[in-house]
Design a protein around this ligand. Structure first.
Ligand SMILES: Nc1ncnc2c1ncn2[C@@H]1O[C@H](COP(=O)(O)OP(=O)(O)OP(=O)(O)O)[C@@H](O)[C@H]1O
Length: 332
């Protein structure tokens, strides 16, 4: 028997690891664009899932943004049925009329469709095809915009969206391996022209920035960036847990937060406590920046009688009688 090609094996091992011990009896649904990453993921899942006693299906989303996209989605769905995946759906979504830029609108529509399909089929998880290279690009973009540890933690292997677990089994697999796996299996992936469009920062990182770093610093850069994300994610999770406990401890009996208790916390915990509290008060996470948190922190650590800090949405927070309080919500 011919030995299994290493890239095919690498993708299967990654999928096996993600599915082993996955809670819930439902099928897993592979989110597949027809690109090399998610096509290799779908092929590996079709192989691995039945061997673990798990049903596996596939959802491909037609954003309706390019000519021929509906036909392409049908080709992906037809291929999936031939692989024995079940259920298989090609879902059309409407991107126009959503808030944000076209990329964000397409992403929102896609995730909504994936979560909806997962619910309809009682799926135990949706599998996404992001690779180690995607993770490295994410970390580099986060570094460049000063995103802080939460951004440097990159994409999580697992998160929940509206109660549906989203898994990324290939975060430790090189993009090159998904391409090689497709070639070995005789699959022809579709290349999304958006991925090479220099209008997008991610495309420029993929085409120029990362290759330049690899050339200057060596081929380990991609792996090292992805590993950094994992390490920061673990640290961030630990700090978040400490901060949740600390937030409970610093709440003042009369409402708000006790300044003296806050001042006794390490800065990394205190700023997280203030961030979590600001969100609790209603500040939108998208609009809440490190500047807002720094201004709240200054009410604790650099107090000189300054005025209220205005959180996104105009919500004022002030320091009064040893407490931080939101003047909109009496005593909070
Ligand atoms: N049209 C699609 N249909 C189904 N799944 C898709 C589609 N496009 C992308 N995906 C899923 O999302 C993964 C990532 O794709 P891509 O990198 O193009 O999206 P992204 O916008 O960067 O993703 P994210 O929103 O998670 O940042 C793919 O590997 C695939 O699992």
């Amino acid at each position: 028997m011919a030995a299994l090609a290493p890239p095919v094996a690498a993708v299967r091992v990654a999928v096996r690891r993600a599915l082993t011990g996955l809670p819930g009896p439902g099928p897993v649904l592979v989110a597949c664009s027809g690109g090399a990453d998610s096509l290799a993921l779908a092929a590996a899942t079709a192989f691995v899932a039945p061997r673990l006693g798990r049903r596996a299906g596939l959802v491909t989303v037609d954003h309706g943004l390019q000519p021929g996209s509906a036909e392409r989605a049908e080709v992906v769905a037809g291929w999936a049925r031939e692989q024995g995946l079940e259920p298989v759906e090609a879902v059309s979504v409407r991107v126009a009329g959503r808030p944000g830029g076209p990329e964000a609108a397409a992403r929102d529509a896609r995730y909504e469709a994936l979560v909806d399909a997962a619910r309809r089929h009682d799926a135990s998880a949706v599998l996404l095809g992001h690779t180690r290279d995607d993770q490295a690009e994410t970390v580099l973009l986060a570094l460049a915009r000063g995103a802080g540890p939460r951004g440097l933690a990159g994409m999580p292997e697992r998160r929940e969206l509206a109660g549906v677990p989203l898994l990324r089994p290939l975060l430790d697999v090189a993009r090159e391996d998904t391409r090689k796996a497709c070639a070995t299996l005789g699959l022809t992936p579709w290349d999304d022209p958006h991925n090479a469009d220099p209008a997008y920062a991610r495309s420029r990182v993929r085409a120029d920035a990362l290759p330049a770093l690899v050339k200057a610093l060596g081929p380990g850069v991609v792996d090292n960036l992805a590993r950094t994300a994992r390490q920061v994610a673990a640290d961030t999770a630990a700090l978040d847990a400490l901060s949740a406990a600390a937030l409970a401890d610093v709440r003042a009996a009369e409402g708000g937060l006790a300044v003296e208790a806050l001042a006794g916390l390490p800065a990394a915990v205190r700023t997280r406590v203030l961030h979590a509290w600001a969100r609790e008060l209603g500040a939108s996470p998208a609009a809440l920046s490190h500047r807002h948190v720094a201004a709240l922190d200054a009410l604790v650590t650099d107090w000189h009688g300054q005025g209220a800090v205005h959180l996104p949405g105009g919500l004022p927070v002030l320091r009064r009688a040893g407490r931080l309080i939101s003047s909109d919500v009496a005593g909070s």
